[in-house]
Design a protein around this ligand. Structure first.
Ligand code: SF4
Ligand code: SF4
Length: 348
């Protein structure tokens, strides 16, 4: 969701290419923005209006539910997306006039701030039921034409409830997707404020619909899970039934959390393939396709798991589709993670 605040913010960062992390030649376009381009809209069968697609063939009752969802959630989402940027005003001003003086915790030589890390994880879980990782933000994950002020990222994931998601592609699932986009956006701003107030950390929250960076590979890099056949992140705690948001930090406050502990999921996927046969638009590739070779240590090459245009026809018409999430065994029962890990790491 590209807002005026984002456009202004990005234009400012682009004036300081040596200081900020701007997208590069290996960046990809944000999916939601792609569907607004003439390149997409001129294609046969393209969805020209998402609101129209959303209400076509719906009962009056469902149209009222869609309307109520947007009336209750959209203003809060827009407010929290705007807050991502307005919270940065003081920082940008200090960069502009050269008065920026960083006094955050790392300057006290306290890296890796192990106690703060534990406190942060507890705060995120107890207040918002979020899991968290921390990693370097590669330029390749900044969406084309966008920028991040900082090069490190906390990455959060929040669960979507099982019951409504199991009803996908019915409206209940779409409403749950929207609910969690909203609650995660609120949570990410709250944690950014907590870090600023408690530890004077220089940071920027990014709403899960704020779309500055590609959150799924970033979350995988931060060790929150592995990307499944359906292209979603599969976590130990929630399976793929979660949404993701980043929070950028100026300094490397903590040790990076990435690891290969979830990589066995790829082998599991190659035997399961349930999402492939369940996808209503046959969008998920039988074999994922290499789209970007980065040749960079610590950065996995980019693979496309599904045809985004095919997916969008169902995604737009259902407020998020989510069939591939609902049928995934890790979504139905995240508790299988440990048993399957034992099995797949012992035999493969
Ligand atoms: S969201 Fe729906 S259409 Fe898209 S890949 Fe998943 S199941 Fe297929
Ligand atoms: S449904 Fe099966 S193949 Fe698809 S992502 Fe989940 S585990 Fe992997």
């Amino acid at each position: 969701m590209k807002t005026k605040n984002e456009i202004k913010f990005t234009a400012f960062l682009k004036r300081y290419p040596e200081k900020f992390l701007l997208s590069g030649k290996n960046s990809v376009m944000d999916g939601f923005e792609y569907f607004e381009t003439s390149e997409y809209k001129n294609k046969p069968g393209a969805i020209l209006s998402r609101p129209k697609a959303m209400i076509t063939n719906k009962s009056v009752k469902d149209i009222i539910r869609i309307g109520m969802t947007f009336i209750t959630i959209l203003p809060c989402m827009l407010k929290n997306i705007k807050k991502n940027y307005t919270d940065m005003n003081g920082y940008l001003k200090s960069v502009k006039n050269g008065s920026f003086n960083n006094v955050s915790i790392e300057n006290n030589n306290s890296y890796p701030n192990k106690n703060v890390w534990v406190e942060l994880k507890n705060y995120a879980w107890e207040n918002h039921q979020l899991i968290v990782g921390f990693t370097e933000l590669p330029q390749e994950y900044v969406f084309s034409g966008k920028a991040s002020p900082f090069r490190h990222a906390l990455v959060f994931a929040q669960e979507m409830k099982k019951e409504p998601i199991e009803k996908a592609p019915e409206l209940d699932a779409g409403i749950e997707v929207m609910r969690v986009y909203n609650s995660l956006g609120i949570a990410t701003n709250d944690i950014a404020n907590w870090l600023r107030k408690t530890y004077n950390v220089v940071c920027m929250a990014n709403h899960p619909l704020g779309g500055l960076v590609d959150t799924v590979p970033l979350a995988e890099k931060a060790g929150l899970g592995a990307i499944g056949k359906h292209g979603m992140l599969i976590t130990k705690e929630f399976g793929p039934r979660c949404r993701i948001s980043p929070l950028f930090t100026e300094l490397k406050l903590f040790e990076y959390t990435g690891s290969h502990e979830h990589s066995w999921i790829n082998t599991f996927c190659s035997k399961c393939r349930h999402c492939i046969s369940s996808c209503p638009t046959s969008a998920i590739y039988s074999e994922s396709k290499l789209s970007k070779r980065y040749n960079k240590i610590g950065l996995k090459d980019r693979y496309e798991n599904y045809d985004r245009e095919k997916c969008f026809t169902s995604f737009a018409a259902t407020m998020g589709c989510a069939v591939c999430i609902s049928v995934c065994p890790f979504s139905k029962n995240p508790a299988i993670y440990d048993t399957m890990k034992l099995k797949y790491t012992n035999t493969n």
